[in-house]
Design a binder for this molecule. Structure first.
Ligand SMILES: [Zn+2]
Length: 356
């Protein structure tokens, strides 16, 4: 059976159209058209499209801090109630002050009353704003991820969640990098909860999934591995994603980062994919979650990597060589003209590799 596609139209409720980057308001590239073009391409290629099923909130607090989930749920209403939409005229929740460790020193964090400062408690950047439908859209993405995991638990060899906003930069208690709730972590946790054993998350997005890494850093039941542009070369998420981050406590050895140089193409990137596949294989995992960002593509405006469509097909094949239940979760990828074809190539490569 070709990998089915899980979709919820509610992703479009999240349509935060601008963000602030180095003080400049820029158009968001994380737009609803991304998922629509991917799903249209996959549907046209004959794949089954399955509606996402709505779930209760228990998975949210299994992954995220409960105060963070409540914050995301209420942030827009607080912003409106405070009057920021009219004065100074900012329609979306935007952080302006950050209580970093250096700022707080020995003093405990006390939650501020101003919504702009409160956003700084939970945000990792100023680019990722919260609009009217952001929580509903992010919640729909979680439902899509959880539904894809449910399909695999029920016996489907694989499933792909066509979800946005993406999730891999969202940690237990923070949002950023266009991510709010961590969809890949939801899928991995759902598989673990079903008793299917240990899971490896293989992150193919051009950026390091710092949120996913943080969530599972001290756990041995969910491995995290990522191939991405070296953050030391000036790339988001800047602060983490280095090769010496290997997990800690029970999770020591369960985290593997493969940073690669800006400008690299298929050979170096696929070498990284192979390293991650071997990592999962040697750990004896029984399930795989792929954080499928396609922003490493040569055509993508967000990445300095040069990966071809054929390279993505090969990556799909390499993941298929594990011959394990596999859930694909959409992460980044921003070139609307090629996005659908890149995802299709990856899933076709996977399905061919599995003989579907
Ligand atoms: Zn990315």
């Amino acid at each position: 059976m070709k990998t089915p596609v899980v979709y919820s139209p509610d992703h479009a409720l999240h349509d935060a159209d601008t963000g602030t980057w180095v003080g400049v308001t820029i158009p968001s590239e994380e737009v609803p058209a991304r998922i629509e073009t991917i799903v249209a391409t996959l549907r046209a290629s004959g794949r089954e499209v399955v509606p996402a099923v709505s779930h209760d909130d228990s998975i949210l607090t299994a992954i995220h801090d409960s105060d963070f989930v409540e914050y995301l749920r209420d942030a827009y209403a607080q912003w409106v109630a405070w009057g920021y939409v009219d004065d100074p005229g900012q329609p979306q929740v935007t952080a302006y002050a950050f209580p970093t460790n250096r700022v707080l020193g020995p003093h405990p964090l006390r939650l501020p009353t101003s919504p702009g400062a409160l956003a700084g408690v939970y945000a990792m950047d100023t680019m990722t704003q919260i609009g009217k439908g952001t929580f509903a859209g992010a919640r729909a993405a979680v439902d899509a991820a959880q539904t894809a995991a449910d399909l695999v638990i029920a016996g489907s060899p694989s499933a792909y969640a066509a979800c946005r906003p993406p999730g891999h930069h969202a940690g237990a208690g923070f949002f950023g990098g266009s991510c709010y709730l961590n969809n890949a972590a939801v899928a991995a946790q759902t598989i673990c909860d079903a008793g299917l054993g240990r899971v490896a998350i293989i992150d193919l997005d051009a950026h390091h999934g710092n949120g996913t890494q943080q969530i599972f850093y001290e756990r041995s039941d969910v491995l995290y591995g990522s191939v991405h542009v070296d953050p030391a070369r000036g790339w988001f998420p800047h602060f983490v994603g280095h090769a010496d981050e290997i997990g800690s406590g029970d999770g020591q050895g369960a985290n593997l980062n493969v940073p690669i140089e800006p400008g690299e193409g298929d050979e170096a990137w696929l070498g990284g994919v192979d390293t991650l596949v071997e990592f999962a294989q040697s750990a004896g995992v029984t399930g795989v979650v792929v954080s499928l960002g396609v922003d490493a593509a040569i055509s993508d405006p967000e990445s300095p990597l040069q990966i071809t469509e054929a390279g993505f097909a090969k990556a799909g094949e390499r993941v298929a060589s594990l011959a394990l239940p596999t859930v694909f979760i959409q992460e980044g990828g921003y070139d609307l003209a090629t996005l659908g074809a890149l995802v299709r190539a990856t899933l076709d490569g996977f399905d061919d590799g599995r003989g579907f």
